[in-house]
Structures are given as C-alpha cells and as structure tokens.
Design a protein around this ligand. Sequence first.
Ligand SMILES: NC(=O)c1ccc[n+]([C@@H]2O[C@H](COP(=O)([O-])OP(=O)(O)OC[C@H]3O[C@@H](n4cnc5c(N)ncnc54)[C@H](OP(=O)(O)O)[C@@H]3O)[C@@H](O)[C@H]2O)c1
Length: 348
Amino acid sequence: MSFPTSLPPSRLEPAQDAPPLRWGILGSGWIAAKFTESVKAHTRQVIAAVGSRSQTSADRFANDWKIEKAYGSYDALVQAPDIDIIYVATPHGEHHRHVLLAIEAGKHVLVEKPMALNHAQAAEMVAAARRKGVFFAEALWTYFLPKFDVISQILDAGTIGEIRSVYTEYGEYLPRDHRIFDASLAGGPLLDLGTYPVSLLTRLLGVPSRVVGVATPDPAGVNGQLAVAMINDRGAQGTMATTLYGFTPTNAAIVGSKGSIRFISEFHLPGSFEVWSRDGSTRLTYEEARGAHFEGLYHQAAGIARTIAQGGLESPCRPLDASLATMKTLDAIRHALRIDFAEAGLRE
Ligand SMILES: NC(=O)c1ccc[n+]([C@@H]2O[C@H](COP(=O)([O-])OP(=O)(O)OC[C@H]3O[C@@H](n4cnc5c(N)ncnc54)[C@H](OP(=O)(O)O)[C@@H]3O)[C@@H](O)[C@H]2O)c1
C-alpha cells in the first residue's frame, strides 16, 4: 500500500444537530463552569440543573449560567426526575462516590477525568453502570475532537504501520492554593494532567508490561513532577513526563513502521498535526485553529447525546475498556514510582 496523498476529513456531524438531553451538573467548580459555557454556546443540550454541597453555591452557579434548578445537595440532584444525565465534576478522589450515587439513582453519567483514583474503583463503577443498564463515560474530551476522529481513521487504515514508539508530556504552572497541591484530594500532576498523555500511550501501546521512572516529591506532600519510560509485550516503547512547575509544549509524537504523526500544538487540544511518511518525503497536514484549554468540551456532550439517542450505553470515542486500561497504566506508574493516595483515603 503506498502512502496516501491526502488525509480523510473528520466524520463528526455538527454538534448542533445532536438531540438534546437534560443535563444535571454535579459540583460547581472550575471545569463545571467551562463545560456549561461550551455546551450552551455550541449545542442544543439543556443544562437543566446544578447540584452543590451548599445551596448558596448551587444558586450562584445557576444564576451565572441561567440554569433552571439549583439543588443544595448532590442527592437531591441525582433524584430529580427530569434529568437524563449527570455530569460529575468533583475532584477525582470523589468520583467513585458521586458516580455510584448517580448510577444508583438510575441516571446516565459522564464523569470528569480521571475516571477514579485507581483501577479497582473504576472497575466497580463500570460494573455498576453495566448492571444498572445506564450510559457511562469518562469525560476525556480530547478523543471526541474532530482531529482525533481523523487520527483514528489514519491509525485504523494502517497508514503509519505498526506503532513502535510514542513520546508524550504535559506540564502546567499551577498556583500553590490549587487543589492539585492538596494530598487529601489526591493531588500531584499524574491523575490530573498526566491522564491525557497516559491515555494516549495506553490507547496506542496497551497497558505496559514494564514501567521505569523518576519522581520528585513536592514540599506540599504530593508528587511535583515525574518522568517515565514504558515498554509493552511487543517491544514498543512510550515516554511520558508531567510537571506542576511550568507550562510545557504538551506535544506528542507517534512513530510507526511506515510513518509518524507529529502534533503542531498541544496534542490534547484542538489544533493541527502532520502525518509524515517514514522517510519524510511525504508530509500531510491536518489544519485546525489551535484551541484554548476548554474549547471543544462541547463535542463530548454532543457525541454522547447521539450515542444515548441510539440506545448506546458507552461511547465509541472513549469506550469504558479504554478508561479501565488507562487506570491500569496509571496504577503501574504509581507503583513503579511509589506514589500513593493514602492521604486521600485510598487503601491499596
Ligand atoms: N476536562 C478538563 O479539561 C479538566 C480541567 C480541569 C479539571 N478537570 C477534572 O475535573 C475535576 C474537577 O476539577 P476542577 O478543577 O473543576 O476542581 P474545582 O474547581 O476544585 O471544583 C470541584 C468542585 O467539586 C465539588 N466538591 C465536592 N467534594 C469536594 C471536595 N472534597 N473538595 C473540593 N471540592 C469538592 C465542589 O463543588 P460544590 O462546592 O458545588 O459541591 C467544587 O467546586 C477533576 O477530576 C479534574 O481532574 C478536567
């Protein structure tokens, strides 16, 4: 098969066409606001209610975003009869509890990334959703973007051949009062920023058979930064670094036996990438404006609404087994680097 001369277009249908669901927002923090803003601006999805640990915060959020109902407890939100799906936007140490609460109430659930603190928690959540027959997905919005639909087509067509190595990293500056420095909230970069590169590595290489690396503890009692190398049973390798101490390019490269994929800007955000033939003689470019951190969050809401309307219980963009495999890789990295979440109450 010769190297292609053009890239396929994205198959994503317009987000505005997705049939509306009635969404309940669980937790009124930073990402909840970004999600609400993006979904309201780009889709016909209805943000119908917000639930908070306090009525004051629920009222403030509802007022800011013109949301019909504000509940002063998560329990009241998940019990509301006029809500189709709960978007869980609490810190990851709380995902297990809050997702199970929503599933037990019979609601479909979209949970922020990472799905949970470890694979055991995530497996319990997935089993509960399957038992109850509700839709469940991890909000790894990157994989719902048009550019990742194009990348999926390139990979499925075998354009770059068998994957040999994957290089990834993601660092951000975060102020000292951010929850990421709080050990009781399972802070540190790995589950927060690191979920993006680790999910990419796992998607392309599977769960690694061996992980080695180095980690720097932060005085706040969380991990401050880490770098790892991993290998799978076929000898394919991946690297990943993540830090809380500054912004990095957040780039990635995927090297296959017939070619490679290079991102022009942050791999997890909207933006351009190139596909090179092995010897670099053919270079194809997917052009897309570079997005801000939260631009594009709406694609996941539209995609999920379509899946649910068709009776699907998991998303083809972020299948539950992909989230479970990512949790296994995250566990393997933590165990290799002796990072635990004991202060967040996790017993392993
Ligand atoms: N997709 C993305 O791009 C993206 C970006 C940032 C974060 N995230 C993920 O989204 C989740 C939330 O992150 P965030 O930055 O939005 O956090 P945040 O600003 O701290 O908001 C979290 C909210 O969760 C609720 N909450 C429940 N239990 C809590 C507890 N024990 N401590 C603190 N808050 C608690 C609070 O809402 P109430 O007071 O209303 O109950 C709080 O406002 C994390 O899992 C994170 O990894 C995703």
